[in-house]
Design a protein around this ligand. Structure first.
Ligand SMILES: Cc1ncc(COP(=O)(O)O)c(C=O)c1O
Length: 444
């Protein structure tokens, strides 16, 4: 059993009561890792240690922690207007936020639908795509296309389109979806930034699906511009442009899931801008409020919105929404978050730090167990050779040892992911790389 002071005073019964998400509960509870405070780049653990946040919490705290401006905005919103009904009534901050987001978004993705998470954003986008074709008089266009190793959250739409085996096989049949292959190609190992090989060929695999199912039956293709949760799997050069081309040619909507890539991670506000590919719908969450308050947002094009605006005016054009859509407190947190991105020019800072980050990660090439390193903006992954008969264990051990040595990372399969807040300093990037080097050298 763990030391009492590492348990933050929790009783065994309290520890047991919480069924933790995406966590080996028995493993965690035998040696809990508890944070009790956070400030700037660091967490404080229950036993008083400082841990460098090299993962932005969970890809969300892009500004670092304890931002007073967000806390103040949340606090004054709570005392001013704590809640307002999401349906049939509104509050001004929701509209102001929507306009501000629309101004940041690529092209004409000017219509913003609010929800509370990336999973809700994914299912919202998929429902919009199907309803769009129905409103266009083409109700047979309902099929959805995702990609192997894609992650679009945990709701039924998202797990169907997603291609993470662990999220799918446990839950029985969901939607009938086709999947593109993932783009992790051996010839692209140790690429810096976007890989060179296979872009067009991998995108052309969409033609196989179109030939099989018929474009007249397909509503949308949904992909992450780069797959985050599966371990920063990047699109080879030309891949996303080709996907766009094929979707346009066959009247298929292209949805980018930018839950991780949105709000600056690539160095642009959205990956769509960074990679110069215009989708029809973008889903976001996480960095929209710096993770301080749950929120998600789906951006749709003018054409999509206009297509829905028909029929009797008093009838909801889209029968969809959440009690907490555009929650006033989340909207206030988002407004304060956007102020900070802007005032501190943090997307520029990602561009400034990215070459240094790339260099530090790739300095681990040749270190024991490392079979691939990938990076873009302030996202990176170090893929390890799995230990024989124990997939996932080696990366887990490295990440847990890094935590003991004061660095928060994340493992997914045998890949270690790094995604620090945009305020990270160079010496902290060096600290991450050097700690990983030491640990990997000592790891079996
Ligand atoms: C690309 C992507 N989509 C959706 C989600 C799900 O977001 P949430 O956990 O907020 O539901 C995630 C979470 O990591 C994600 O990375």
């Amino acid at each position: 059993m763990a030391e009492l002071n590492s348990l933050a005073g929790l009783s065994p019964a309290e520890l047991e009561a919480h069924w933790m998400p995406f966590t080996g509960n028995r493993h965690f509870k035998s040696d809990p890792r508890l944070f009790v405070a956070a400030e700037g780049m660091h967490y404080t653990t229950a036993d008083g240690r400082s841990v460098l946040d090299a993962f932005s919490g969970l890809w969300c705290s892009n500004l670092g922690h304890g931002r007073k401006e967000i806390a103040d905005a949340v606090s004054s919103q709570l005392t001013g207007l704590d809640y307002s009904p999401a349906f049939q009534f509104g509050h001004p901050t929701a509209f102001k936020l929507a306009k501000r987001l629309a101004d940041m978004a690529p092209g004409d993705l000017n219509r913003v639908f609010f929800c509370n998470s990336g999973s809700e954003a994914a299912d919202t986008a998929l429902k919009i795509a199907r309803a769009y074709w129905r409103a266009k008089g083409r109700p047979e266009k309902i099929r959805l296309v995702g990609r192997a190793q894609g992650y679009h959250g945990v709701n039924f739409g998202g797990i169907s389109v997603g291609g993470m085996v662990g999220n799918r096989k446990t839950f029985g049949p969901a939607l009938d979806v086709d999947h593109l292959p993932h783009t992790l190609l051996p010839e692209n190992a140790f690429s810096r930034g976007l890989p060179e090989h296979g872009g067009e060929a991998m995108a052309n695999r969409l033609l196989d699906i179109i030939n099989l199912q018929g474009a007249e039956n397909i509503a949308a293709v949904m992909v992450e511009p780069f797959a985050g949760s599966a371990g920063v799997i990047l699109p080879p050069k030309g891949y996303l442009k080709k996907l766009r081309e094929l979707c346009s040619a066959h009247d298929i909507l292209l949805i980018f899931d930018e839950v991780i890539t949105g709000f600056g991670r690539t160095g642009s506000a959205f990956a769509a801008q960074e990679f110069e590919v215009q989708p029809d719908i973008i889903t976001t969450a996480k960095g929209i409020t710096n993770g301080a308050i749950p929120m998600g947002a789906v951006f749709a094009s003018e054409d999509i919105y206009a297509t829905f605006m028909q029929g009797p005016e008093h009838i909801p054009e889209l029968a969809h929404g959440y009690t907490y859509s555009a929650h006033p407190v989340a909207c206030a947190a988002a407004m304060a978050t956007l102020d900070i991105y802007e005032n501190e020019k943090l997307f520029d800072r990602v561009n400034e730090m990215a070459p240094y980050f790339e260099e530090a990660l790739h300095s681990l090439k040749g270190v024991a167990h490392v079979v691939d390193i990938r990076n873009y903006g302030l996202a990176g992954a170090i893929q390890l050779q799995p230990r024989d008969g124990e997939p996932g264990r080696r990366a887990m051990e490295v990440v847990l040892e890094a935590y003991r040595r004061g660095i928060l990372l994340r493992w997914t399969g045998d890949t270690i992911a790094v995604a620090p807040p945009f305020i990270i300093e160079r010496n902290q990037i060096t600290q991450i790389a050097e700690t990983l080097r030491d640990i990997l050298q000592d790891t079996q």
